[in-house]
Ligand binder design. Structure first.
Ligand SMILES: [Zn+2]
Ligand SMILES: [Zn+2]
Length: 263
């Protein structure tokens, strides 16, 4: 399995526009964060998780050539707004619609923003999507297994995603945008080779984990390795990497363009 971190910034990205971003070292490229998203290649099948407003640029920078399945964790703007840029991926599969899997609320958001895209096939070079409610488990083409757990995130629930690749035994858990990990999420992620988890900032937030709350969840799940995502400008690369060094289990920060191979 390969995981490509397309973006790991909070909903407005890092640095913030029209703001001094105090304490943030902009000479450090890993402090430039586009909105949060990952691309997962599992049993050769390409799964795109969320489409940030920068999805087009992220795809070019990371040389993403294929999207076979699209998963929308939830309908917030920073996760949904890049969906129209799936156009070329759709054209590359002969106009065949890309299946979109999400919660009922997530699918409603796609229907509202992209009503023109809902069709089985596009003949015009535009986007075609089919919508599918994602239950507790999805068998992916190629043999990969995706299990889900609903995560609390204010008014909306967010899909927590646990990918398992039978041919390698690799397990990857992706928990963006959440205030806590419910028991099902913790159980499914137990023993994961990699867990990527929301860690917004040091100070409290009503719908996101803080860095210390994320560390508590990592301690509870004990994956082999954990990486923090959806971070604000307050989580500087150098300071936090130094603070987190030597932890067990190993914890680090995501950066845009990071690639992790699990096998
Ligand atoms: Zn978000
Ligand atoms: Zn959100």
């Amino acid at each position: 399995m390969e995981i490509i971190v397309m973006g790991c910034g909070t909903s407005q990205g890092v640095p913030l526009p029209a703001h001094d971003n105090p304490g943030l070292d902009l000479k450090e490229p890993r402090n430039w964060r586009t909105r949060a998203s990952v691309h997962v290649v599992i049993e050769g099948h390409h799964v795109q998780v969320d489409a940030a407003p920068e999805f087009r640029l992220q795809s070019i920078r990371n040389d993403i050539r294929k999207v076979d399945t699209f998963i929308l964790t939830h309908g917030h703007a920073d996760h949904v707004l890049g969906i129209d840029d799936l156009r070329q991926f759709c054209t590359n599969r002969g106009g065949l619609a890309i299946p979109v899997h999400s919660t009922p609320t997530g699918l409603d958001r796609v229907r509202t923003i992209f009503p023109y895209a809902l069709m089985e096939r596009s003949f015009s070079g535009y986007i075609a999507l089919t919508l599918h409610e994602l239950g507790p488990e999805l068998a992916l083409p190629g043999g990969g297994i995706l299990r889900t757990a609903l995560l609390p995130h204010g008014k909306d629930d967010v899909l927590g995603l646990i990918f398992e690749e039978p041919s390698t035994g690799a397990k990857f858990a992706y928990f963006t945008d959440c205030k806590a990990l419910p028991p099902r999420a913790r159980e499914l992620a137990a023993g994961a080779d990699l867990m990527i988890i929301d860690a917004l900032r040091p100070n409290a937030h009503p719908t996101h984990l803080t860095v210390s709350e994320a560390l508590g969840e990592i301690e509870a799940v004990r994956p082999k390795r954990a990486l923090l995502t959806h971070m604000t400008y307050q989580v500087g690369w150098a300071e936090y990497s130094a603070q987190l060094a030597g932890r067990d289990p190993e914890v680090g920060l995501c950066h845009d363009g990071m690639r992790i191979r699990l096998d």
